[in-house]
Design a protein around this ligand. Structure first.
Ligand code: DAH
Length: 338
C-alpha cells in the first residue's frame, strides 16, 4: 500500500508538471484528490490494516495529498501567470506609433510680412490706425494734393462706385482721416487693403500697403531717414546699405524713394535689381503743407513725414516670388514653403 501511494504521487506530480491548461489541471485535481479520486481509492483499504500500520499509512497518505495539492497550486499559479502575460502582450498599446496627423493651418506669407512690419514699428512706439476701404474723392485724392485732373483719378486706374466714391487706391487717405481728428502729435502706421485696376505678374487688383505718418512740432526729414533706415535694416538685415533717392509724390515735399542694397547680388548688379545694385522698397517724404491746409492744421507750427510700402512687393523681393498671383491662388504647395 505504501508503494502504491508513492507511485500515485510520482505519476500525479509528473502529469501535473506536464499539464499546460488550467482546465486540464482542474481535471487532474478531481482525478487524484476528488471524492472518487485515486487517492481515496488507494486509501480505501486503510480500515483493514493493523493498528500499528494504520497511522503510518495514514501519515503517508496525508503527505501524498499535500505534495499533490502543493504541485497543483504551484502549477495553477504558473499557468495563470502565463495566461496573464499572454493577454498583456496581445493587448499591448504601442505608444511609439506615430499619431494621426491633423493638418495645422499656418499664417499666410503676406500676413507674416505685415506682422513683421507692425512689430518693427511698434518697437518705435507707433500705434495702428485704420480707415475705410470705400473712400471718397476728398480723402483719396483731393486732400492729398491730387487735383481734379490728376492722372491717378482716371477711371482706368481706379475702381469707382456708381455714387462717385471709389475703392481706395492707397492707404494714404487714412493720413487725412487721422489728421482730421485734430489730435497731435501723431505717430501711426496704417496696414490695409488697397485696390487698383491693374493686373499682371507684379500687379494685383487688390493688394496690401502699410502707410506711416508722423506729425508733431519739430519732426524733421532727418527723423524720416533715421526711422526708415532702422526699419529697412530690421527687415532686410543690418548689413544692407540704404539709399534715399529724390522723387515726387503730390502729398510730400520733398519726397524720396528708398532703396535697399540688392539682397540677391549684394550690389554687384543682377536681374532682380536690373543691374543697378539697388531695389526700391518704399515711397516717403515730408508732409506737404497743402495736406496740412486741407485738414486745417497750421503748417507753420507742425511738420511731419509719411511713407508707404507694399506688402506684396516686399514679400516678392524677400522670398524671390516672381508672380504676385501666387499669393492669392491658395495653392498649398506654394504657401507651405514659408
Ligand atoms: N501712396 C503711395 C502709393 O500708393 C505710396 C506713398 C508714397 C505713400 C509716399 C506715402 C508717401 O505716404 O509719403 O504709391
Amino acid at each position: 500500500m505504501q508503494n502504491k501511494l508513492k507511485e500515485l504521487q510520482t505519476t500525479a506530480l509528473a502529469s501535473i508538471s506536464q499539464t499546460d491548461s488550467i482546465k486540464s489541471l482542474e481535471e487532474l485535481r478531481i482525478k487524484y484528490l476528488g471524492k472518487k479520486g485515486e487517492l481515496t481509492a488507494a486509501l480505501s483499504g486503510l480500515g483493514n490494516l493493523s493498528s500499528t500500520e494504520r497511522p503510518l499509512i495514514g501519515k503517508i497518505g496525508n503527505e501524498v495529498k499535500s505534495a499533490i495539492t502543493a504541485a497543483l497550486d504551484k502549477r495553477l499559479a504558473a499557468l495563470e501567470n502565463a495566461e496573464l502575460q499572454k493577454k498583456l502582450s496581445a493587448d499591448v498599446i504601442d505608444i511609439t506609433l506615430p499619431g494621426r496627423r491633423i493638418p495645422a493651418g499656418r499664417t499666410h506669407i503676406l500676413t507674416t510680412v505685415e506682422n513683421e512690419v507692425r512689430r518693427i514699428f511698434s518697437e518705435l512706439g507707433y500705434t495702428i490706425a485704420e480707415g475705410p476701404e470705400i473712400e471718397d474723392d476728398f480723402h483719396n485724392f483731393e486732400a492729398l494734393n491730387m487735383p481734379e485732373n490728376h492722372p491717378a483719378r482716371d477711371m482706368q486706374d481706379s475702381f469707382y462706385l456708381d455714387d462717385g466714391r471709389l475703392l481706395r487706391t492707397h492707404t494714404s487717405p487714412v493720413q487725412v482721416r487721422v489728421l482730421e481728428k485734430g489730435v497731435l502729435p501723431v505717430k501711426v502706421i496704417v496696414p490695409g487693403r488697397v485696390y487698383r485696376c491693374d493686373a499682371d505678374v507684379t500687379h494685383s487688383p487688390v493688394f496690401h500697403q502699410v502707410e506711416g505718418l508722423v506729425v508733431g512740432e519739430d519732426v524733421t526729414f532727418g527723423d524720416l531717414k533715421g526711422t526708415l533706415e532702422f526699419f529697412i535694416k530690421k527687415m532686410f538685415g543690418a548689413e544692407r546699405r540704404v539709399r534715399f533717392r529724390n522723387s515726387f509724390f503730390p502729398f510730400t515735399e520733398p519726397s524720396a524713394e528708398v532703396d535697399v542694397e540688392c539682397f540677391v547680388c549684394g550690389g554687384e548688379g543682377c536681374p532682380l535689381c536690373k543691374s543697378t545694385g539697388w531695389i526700391e522698397i518704399l515711397g516717403s517724404g515730408s508732409v506737404d503743407p497743402a495736406v496740412f491746409e486741407a485738414v486745417r492744421i497750421d503748417p507753420e507750427k507742425y511738420t511731419g513725414f509719411a511713407f508707404g510700402l507694399g506688402i506684396e512687393r516686399i514679400a516678392m523681393l524677400k522670398y524671390g516670388v516672381k508672380d504676385i498671383r501666387l499669393f492669392y491662388a491658395s495653392d498649398l504647395r506654394f504657401l507651405r514653403q514659408f
